[in-house]
Design a protein around this ligand. Sequence first.
Ligand code: ARG
Length: 485
Amino acid sequence: MWKGRFEEDTAQVVQKFTQSLDLDWRLYKHDIQGSVAHVRMLGKIGIITDAEAAQIADGLKTVLNEIESGKFKPSEELEDVHMNIENRLTELTGAVGAKLHAGRSRNDQVATTVRLYLRKRLLAIRAALLSLLGAFLDRAQKHRLVIISGYTHLQQAQPISLGHYWMAWFEAFLRDCERLEFAARSLDECPLGSGALAGSTLPLDRDMTCRLLCFDHPTRNSLDTVAQRDYMSDYHHFASLFAVHASRMAEDLIIYATQEFGWLKLPDSFCTGSSIMPQKKNPDVLELIRGKTGQVIGHTVDLLIMTKGLPMTYDRDLQEDKRGLFASLDTLDGILEVLPPLVAKVEVDARSARSALEKGLGLALATDVAEYLVLKGVPFRDAHWKVGKLVRYCIENGKPLAGLSVGEMKEHIPEVEADVADILSLEKSVERRDTYGGTGFEQVLSQIERGKGLLKAKEAELEIEIARIESIESIEGIEGIEGIK
Ligand code: ARG
C-alpha cells in the first residue's frame, strides 16, 4: 500500500520481522469499529458521499463476518490488522474502499483501536475484581468472630478477628479497583483525526468520531496522541499493584495452610495432588498466582523502558507495546477467574487457629497487659519493661500468660489488681481493640457494612458503563448513535 516510492520489493525476512499480525489480529473488531466511525464522519463532511460511506460501512460489515466465520485469513505481506482489513475491503468494494483511509494514518488508527480494545477488556476485569471484593466481604462476615493470630515479622503479634484479615485484602483490592477506574478514564479520549502526527488538511469532524465511538473527548494534541502510551502505563500500574496484592495474599494462604500453621483450609477443588505422595494436597493455584504475577510487573517495566528513549512522535518500537499489554491482560483474566471462587471457599479451623495462639503461651496478650497498666497510671515504657519480665518468667517456666494467678503476677508487677483477669482472654483482647479501623468485632462489622455499600455502588456504576460500551460493539450500534442509518 505504500510501495509507490520504492524501487525494490521488501525482503522476505523484513516482512517477517516487521509484521505485527501475530499480535494485533485480535484487534480486528475494534479496528473495524474505528473505521466505521471514521467513514461515517467522512460522509458527513462531504469528503465522500453518504452513499459511498454506507457502501464502505457495509463492506466493513462483510469483512467482519468473514473474519468471524473464519473465511478470511490475513496475510503477513499486509503487515498488520489495519492493512489486512483495508485491503480486503478494497477487494470487496473496489474504488470506493480506497477512500476509507482519507484523513487517517495507522498511527492514530492504532491508537484508537487499542483504546477501544482495552476499554472492553477492562470492563471484564472490573467485573471480576468486584466479585473478588464480594468474596472478601462474604468471608469477613462468616469469619468475623473467629480469632487468629495477627503476625508481624511472621511472629505471633496480637490476636485479631479473621474477618479483619479478610477486610484488609478488601481494602487493598478496592484501591486496585480505583486504579483500574483511573486507567479506564485515562484511555477515554479519541485519537482519530490526529493523523500521522500533525492533524489533517481535510475538514475532519473530530467531535463526531469521538461521539460515535463513545469517548469522552477528542485528544488535544496530535503529536502527543500518536506518541504517548501513558494510558497503557496506567493500566500496567493498576495491573502491577493488583499482581503484588494477589501474590502476597497467595503467599499468606499458602503459609497458613501448611501443617505447621495448619488453621486455614483451602478448598479441595482448588488444590492438586502429587503423582507420588498420596497424602499431598498442594496449593498449586496460589503458587501459580505468585509465579505468574512477576510477568505482569515485567510488562510494566518493559513499556516504560520502551517509551523512555523514543523521540517525539510515533516510532515503530511502539508496535511492541501490544505484546506486554495482551500478555498482562490474559494473565489477569486467568488469575481473576480462579481467585474469587477460591477465596469464596476458604474455610478455617477455628480451634487450631486458637491452639496456635495457646502454643505461644498466649503471649500475644502481652500488649494488653501493658496497656492495662497504662490505664492504672504506669508510664508505658515502665509497663513494657515489667510485662517483658513477666513474659520471660512465663517462657522460663512454660506457663501461659493467662494461666498465672493474680498473686504470681503481682510479684513481678505490684500495680496489677484482681481485675487483670477481665482482660486476659483472646475474645476480650480482640473486642477491646475498638479504635476506628481496629480489629474489634464491632469495628469489623462496620467495615463490612461500609464495604457492602461501596461494592453495591461500584456494581451499579459498572453496569451503566457496560451498557454504554456494549451499545457500540456492533456496527449498527455505532450507526445508531446519530441516526445515520
Ligand atoms: N502495526 C503498527 C503498530 O502497531 C501500526 C502503525 C504503523 N505505523 C507506521 N508508521 N508504520 O504500531
